[in-house]
Design a protein around this ligand. Structure first.
Ligand SMILES: Nc1ncnc2c1ncn2[C@@H]1O[C@H](COP(=O)(O)OP(=O)(O)OP(=O)(O)O)[C@@H](O)[C@H]1O
Ligand SMILES: [Mg+2]
Length: 537
């Protein structure tokens, strides 16, 4: 701020020097003074540039830090949000806010806040010098100012609205790209390439219309402002010129006055332009704030207990659950006891609530009444993170990250000793294929585990689960992509290494699960005990 003040003061002196050059140097026929004044102009300008550079550097660094902090803070917050949030909010929308909107805020704050300080100071300096040189001309110029303000005020709603519309359109397009490119194979399988391309075309058209509207609003505002500025200059020349012709004002003063006027109105216009920028950044700030305002997941009571690294009994006591936007209970007075170390098969019609049951068990959703008890302690008394880490879920399509096979195994357990990670890899059968790859365990996987078969990816997920010393392991249709032999191989593997741990196997074909202790059906929101099916020897 101090540097900006000095820079503005330096640049405000310049026109006054030109007044001295004209009145005392030229008209006063004093060449030495003229030369000195010219040297002073150059020296002041050089100082101004140097200070400006230092100031800009400092400013960008500080504002960059602040803005990256915003992005990291919002990102960290989003990672704490419940599945519900991601269900209703397309990922493209989140990306646009985190990327485009945060960048918009950054652009505004880096470019504009400094410009505001400079603009205000320059305006104040110019106005002060102008008032000293010619109070009546200053008054004339000041009369136009309210017109400017009125204009900006009238445009306010259009600016915010057009900006919000553009941002939303961008969000929709990002989501479209994320969704269709993420499922490129499905698009190709359906032969829908042309359809999708046309859809993108339509979305682009919509965006273009909105961008044009936004540009028109901005252009009209700028044009009207500059028209008002020209009007002011013309009036000042007419009145000031009349005074010069009649000898009540010096030529130098009129020249310097118009230079100050140009600076003053220039900074007034750019300040008002910044006001428009401020409104745009405000729209972005609001969009980012919306993400920040979403409620993170919390246990009903913030527990601190850590779930044991060995199995214990699991009890659902009279659990009732409904999704916030649903009209009926999905689970009703559900009661279920699972003994420590047993292997339980759970089946039931699609959509009956099996995966929801697992979400409840892992604290991704809270029962509306009743309670869940792990190891004789209410789930709400546990630290949620320990519950999720100790109850891993194997799903149909395990989440693998763009990292080495090694890091994918120890994901979430980054401080596990390398020997243990490799040991789990060996037990889960990862080693068998990893060592045949060019870089072994260090081989980088594509973002979605490209290059590995479903079975191989499952093995990495199993190795990760083994590494977690689970309290219980859940297989949520984990094997539905595998053939019968692979299903059995998977169960052999799990039962061999996790035979003493509780295993909950959710499947649509209970008959294919070997060595199950119990078979349960979820039906109409309750658990029904079924006969054990002996599918094979
Ligand atoms: N976050 C959510 N908000 C609202 N409703 C949801 C949510 N998640 C799931 N549902 C609904 O709850 C019901 C149960 O879903 P759930 O995924 O638990 O079924 P499921 O038994 O696992 O089915 P499937 O065998 O197909 O995997 C479904 O009707 C589903 O549409
Ligand atoms: Mg499911």
């Amino acid at each position: 701020m101090a540097l900006a003040a000095v820079t503005s003061a330096l640049s405000a002196v310049q026109p006054y020097l030109s007044k001295l050059i004209i009145d005392d140097g030229l008209l006063g026929r004093n060449f030495d003074l003229l030369a000195e004044l010219c040297a002073a102009i150059v020296a002041l300008a050089a100082c101004g540039f140097a200070l400006g550079a230092v100031n800009r550097l400092l400013y960008v660094r500080v504002s960059g830090k602040i803005l990256f902090a915003i992005r990291e803070d919002v990102y960290a917050h989003i990672l704490q949000l419940p599945p519900q949030f991601f269900r209703v909010r397309p990922v493209g929308d989140i990306v646009t806010r985190l990327d485009g909107d945060v960048a918009e805020i950054q652009r505004f704050s880096t470019d504009s806040v400094l410009a505001v300080v400079n603009g205000v100071l320059l305006l104040v300096f110019s106005a002060a010098i102008m008032a000293v040189m010619s109070p009546e001309l200053t008054l004339v110029a000041a009369c136009i100012l309210p017109l400017h303000l009125f204009l900006r005020h009238r445009a306010r709603r259009h600016v915010s609205e057009s900006t919000r519309e553009v941002r939303e359109s961008r969000g929709v397009i990002t989501h479209f790209l994320v969704e269709t490119l993420g499922a490129a194979k499905a698009v190709q399988s359906a032969g829908a390439e042309r359809w999708e391309r046309e859809r993108l075309g339509d979305l682009n058209q919509g965006l273009l219309r909105r961008v044009i509207r936004q540009q028109l609003v901005g252009y009209t505002l700028g044009a009207l402002s500059s028209l008002l500025s020209h009007l002011t200059t013309a009036i000042v020349f007419i009145i000031g010129g009349w005074e010069v012709i009649h000898g009540s004002l010096t030529v130098g003063t009129l020249v310097a006055f118009t230079a100050y006027l140009a600076r003053g109105t220039g900074s007034a216009t750019s300040l008002m332009g910044l006001y428009t920028g401020y409104q745009r950044a405000g729209v972005s700030l609001k969009r980012v704030q919306e993400l920040r305002d979403a409620e993170p997941m919390r246990a009903r009571r913030g527990g601190v207990r850590v779930l044991a690294a060995r199995s214990g009994p699991i009890r659902f006591e009279d659990v009732r659950f409904r999704y916030p936007d649903s009209e009926r209970d999905l689970l009703e007075n559900l009661t279920l006891n699972i003994a420590a170390g047993s292997k339980v098969v759970l089946f039931g019609e699609s959509g009956v609530g099996k995966s929801t049951l697992v979400d409840l068990l892992r604290g991704f959703a809270q029962p509306s009444s009743g309670r869940i008890v792990l190891d004789d302690v209410d789930l709400a008394d546990y630290d949620l993170q320990s519950v999720r880490r100790r109850i891993p879920v194997l799903e149909t399509d395990p989440a693998l990250f763009r990292a080495s096979i090694f890091d994918n195994i120890r994901y979430g357990y980054f401080d596990a000793p390398a020997e243990r990670v490799r040991d789990m890899g060996r037990k889960a059968g990862v080693e068998a294929f990893a060592l045949s790859l060019p870089q072994g365990y260090a081989t980088e996987l594509g973002s979605r585990g490209v290059g590995l078969s479903t079975g191989q990816r499952q093995r990495i997920a199993v190795a990760r689960a083994l590494l977690s010393s689970p309290f219980a392991l859940v297989l949520d249709e984990a094997t539905s992509n595998l053939d019968v032999a692979a299903v059995h191989a998977m169960h052999d593997l799990i039962d061999q290494h996790l035979g003493a741990r509780t295993r909950i196997v959710i499947t649509h074909s209970p008959a294919t699960v070997p060595r199950a202790d119990r078979v349960l059906e979820l039906r109409d929101g309750r658990i029904v005990e079924r006969e054990r099916v002996r599918a094979y020897a």
